[in-house]
Design a protein around this ligand. Structure first.
Ligand code: SAM
Ligand code: DTB
Ligand code: SF4
Length: 344
């Protein structure tokens, strides 16, 4: 992907909440037109980046995030698993590469990594990079030293979400603060890694809260390179299991405004895709989403079948984005469309 020469050189970091609320409140067609125009100025609108996600340590997390099936405070029937062996993680990364993913994301249900875990996660990062895949991890809060260690191992991206607005945050999580999260993002940036940070919508927050989340992300000193917008996956046993449906158009509005505020960032259509139909996916791509998690499972909850994504890409004329990493040539794509042919 090359940004066209017409893309404005400066990105804004001074958005007011009122400006963002006004964007969210635009007539739908005006908002989509604006977001799509920005999208075209910065990206090839027919390319979507594809990441694969693996839970390397599942469940038994001490935090109380009200949306999360992996918290040990809620009975969600999830079976906890300890940290996966490095070889098993790398076998999964190889499989992800073979099915066309260009980035491999590893998630652990930790508050933060322990010193004894670090050698294993470092070995995973190195192994994934040797396969020629971009690497991403989400392991909870990081100290400055841990962020440095991961960066030195070659970790490309670190995912750490702000989740919601500063005001609504306390309704969802009490075991770590908003500023803890901002500190971790600072350590990741300082260590030289790319930042992946976004949030969740559909948790009962207001439009003003969604504006507040986007304001926090857009006004960081540098925009996160990757901005996952998750639609709450309601999991039985969590406090948010019975949350009301979010108006799907408000979800699309959130994507569109993320695209306008952070024009050069990849906006990821993240959790919740299983409950979205093809038309909703197409609308999200038009509004500026240009990244997805691909594969049947997110961390613990279902994701659309890979074949269904490939088939939709083909019907919409979307290509998976290719990207070279230092250690290996670009990953070829044909597997994508072969599998799509099977799906049709
Ligand atoms: N434990 C680490 C942490 O919280 O930073 C990393 C893993 S955690 C599962 C990663 C992100 O997944 C959370 O920040 C949240 O945004 C998202 N997430 C978790 N459960 C979700 C759900 N039920 N629906 C939507 N997003 C969810
Ligand atoms: C992100 O923003 N979404 C992904 C990823 N980062 C790690 C996780 C979604 C998890 C959904 C619930 C689950 O599968 O456990
Ligand atoms: Fe733990 Fe992360 Fe789930 Fe919160 S979101 S309970 S920190 S795994």
């Amino acid at each position: 992907m090359n940004a066209p020469a017409t893309a404005p050189a400066t990105l804004r970091h001074d958005w007011s909440r009122g400006e963002i609320e006004a964007l969210l409140a635009l007539p739908f067609n005006d908002l989509l037109f604006r977001a799509h125009s920005v999208h075209r100025a910065y990206f090839d609108p027919n390319e979507v980046q594809v990441s694969t996600l693996l839970s390397i340590k599942t469940g038994a997390c001490p935090e109380d995030c009200a949306y999360c099936p992996q918290s040990n405070r809620y009975d969600t029937g999830l079976e906890a698993e300890k940290l996966m062996e490095v070889d098993k993680v790398l076998a999964q990364a190889q499989a992800a590469k073979s099915s066309g993913a260009t980035r491999f994301c590893m998630g652990a249900a930790w508050r933060s990594p322990k010193a004894r875990d670090m050698p294993y996660v470092v070995a995973m990062v190195k192994g994934v990079r040797e396969l020629g895949l971009e690497s991403c991890m989400t392991l909870g809060m990081l100290t400055e030293a841990q962020a440095k260690e991961l960066a030195e191992a070659g970790l490309d991206y670190y995912n750490h979400n702000l989740d919601t607005s500063p005001e609504y945050y306390g309704e969802v999580i009490t075991t770590r603060t908003y500023s803890d999260r901002l500190d971790t993002l600072g350590h990741v940036r300082e260590a030289g890694m790319k930042v992946c940070s976004g949030g969740i919508v559909g948790m009962g927050e207001s439009q003003r809260d969604r504006a507040g989340l986007l304001q926090q992300l857009a006004n960081l000193p540098e925009h996160p390179e990757s901005v996952p917008i998750n639609m709450l996956v309601r999991v039985e046993g969590t406090p948010l299991a019975d949350e009301a449906d979010l108006d799907p158009f408000d979800f699309i509005r959130t994507i569109a405004v993320a695209r306008i505020l952070m024009p050069a960032s990849h906006v990821r259509l993240s959790a919740g895709r299983e409950s979205m139909n093809e038309q909703m996916h197409a609308l999200a791509y038009f509004a500026g989403a240009n990244s997805i998690f691909y594969g049947e499972k997110l961390l613990t909850t279902p994701n659309p079948q890979a074949n269904a994504d490939m088939a939709l890409f083909q019907r919409l004329g979307i290509r998976p984005e290719q990207r070279e990493v230092d250690s290996a040539p670009a990953v070829p794509t044909p597997q994508f469309y072969d599998a799509a042919a099977v799906a049709h």
